[in-house]
Structures are given as C-alpha cells and as structure tokens.
Write a protein that binds this ligand. Structure first.
Ligand code: ZN
Length: 241
C-alpha cells in the first residue's frame, strides 16, 4: 500500500490485519476496546507517529468534517467522518474495513485531510464537504489538492441492492457493473468522480487497486468477515516527524 509516494514529507498509511483491529471507541464509553487501543498505539509507533498526536473521528457514516488544530491532538471527535487541518504535529485518523480512506493534501499550503467514505458518506457528498472545508476554511485552491483513495472494497466484491443503487442513480453509467444477475457498485470510481466534480485535477488523484475483500490475509473486511465485533484498520495522515 503506497500512497502519495511523490511527497516524502508526508506520511499516509493504513494498518493491516497483522496490526490487529484498530477500531476507535470514544473514551468514556463503557465498551471501549482496550485491545484495539493498544493496537493503535503499537501501529503508531511502527509508523513513527506519537500516539498522543493523533486526532480521530468517531465515525457515524455522516458527512460532518472537523477542522482541527494542534490542541485537538489525542482527541476522538464524536459524529465526525472527516478531518482537515493546517496544523503541524497533528496526525489525522479514521478507521476503515471496506469503506475507503480518502487522503487529501495541499502541498502549497500544507493542508491535509482524511475522510471515511462508505456508500452512505458518498451518498451524502462527504467528499464535497471535505474539500469545501479545505478550500473555504483553510484556503486551498482545488487545483492544488492531491487526493489518494486508499484500500477499500472493490467493484469486484461490492454487490448492492436497490436501496443502495437508487442513491447512486446518476452514476449508473459510470460506476456500476452487472454480472450474473447481480449488480456491483464501484465506490472508488464514485469517490474519484466526486473529487473531479470538486475541481480536483485528474492527474492529482491516485487510487489504490487493493480490494479489502480480496486481500484476506492483509485486511479486515466487514462484508467478508461479518464479525460479531467490528474489526477495522486505521488510516493515518500527517507530516513525518
Ligand atoms: Zn474484491
């Protein structure tokens, strides 16, 4: 999994199955998963990130984006599926297990963002919400924003029914695959199209070819594993320390 390789100053990473579940639970929640918290700390150390410098979203499949500063480091933000910042020394994190992590970077101003994009978030235009925060709150020009769509469930495995399909009817010709009487939705393609719509340049968008469902030994997949307790990877972006 290599993203943003042309930007060595930046760290953009996703944990793997070998790192254990890195699911975030809000502190104070009685069911907070201490094993997952330890896994998050270990993964942070592995990638050279101070655990205390990470700010995470407590995801709700919505389209709320938080603009954070250094003082938010260490926090878990309730009801937030995307985070952007212009602060140095703070790392942004969301968790995924089929949903896409979409990394954003404006190398001109040094603004970064990370968005949790499942079909629900995409249907609520979460990418528009995130780029709007970078543009309106942090001053980024859309043509300067780089985007990397990370590992997530591919069109090969994301079979959908009408309830999901009807939310993406406008992408019918561009992000749908019919095969064997089944219909599959291409979430990465939809994310790509939404980025283009917000003025991100084609040449500034990269997409991981990795499907979390296909790569059984590498990634957790909610669809494939149907776990009783959700197991997730953590995605992280920030400037290398
Ligand atoms: Zn697949």
């Amino acid at each position: 999994m290599h993203l943003f390789e042309n930007y060595p100053e930046l760290l953009a990473a996703v944990s793997g199955k070998e790192d254990g579940s890195c699911r975030v639970r809000l502190a104070g929640d009685a069911t907070v998963d201490t094993a997952a918290r330890e896994n998050r700390k270990t993964f942070a150390q592995k990638i050279g990130v101070g655990y205390e410098n990470i700010v995470s979203g407590d995801l709700v499949h919505g389209n709320t984006i938080a603009v954070v500063s250094k003082t938010d480091a260490g926090r878990v933000l309730a009801g937030v599926d995307g985070i952007v910042t212009n602060a140095r020394g703070v790392f942004l994190s969301v968790t995924v297990a089929d949903c896409l992590p979409v990394f954003l970077y404006d190398p001109v101003l040094g603004n970064i963002g990370l968005v949790h994009c499942g079909w629900r978030g995409l249907s609520k235009n979460i990418i528009e919400s995130a780029t709007a925060k970078m543009v309106l709150d942090l001053g980024s020009a859309p043509h300067n924003i780089r985007a990397a769509i990370g590992p997530g469930i591919g069109v090969c495995h994301f079979e959908v029914q009408n309830d999901v399909l009807e939310k993406f009817s406008k992408y019918r010709d561009r992000a749908l695959k019919q095969e064997g009487g089944k219909t599959y939705l291409d979430l990465k393609r939809i994310a790509h199209l939404q980025l283009l719509r917000e003025g991100i340049l084609q040449d500034n968008i990269e997409t991981s070819g990795e499907c979390t469902h296909c790569l059984d030994s590498k990634y957790f997949s909610f669809r494939r594993d149907k776990p009783q307790v959700l197991e997730t990877m953590m995605a992280v972006i920030g400037f290398k320390e």
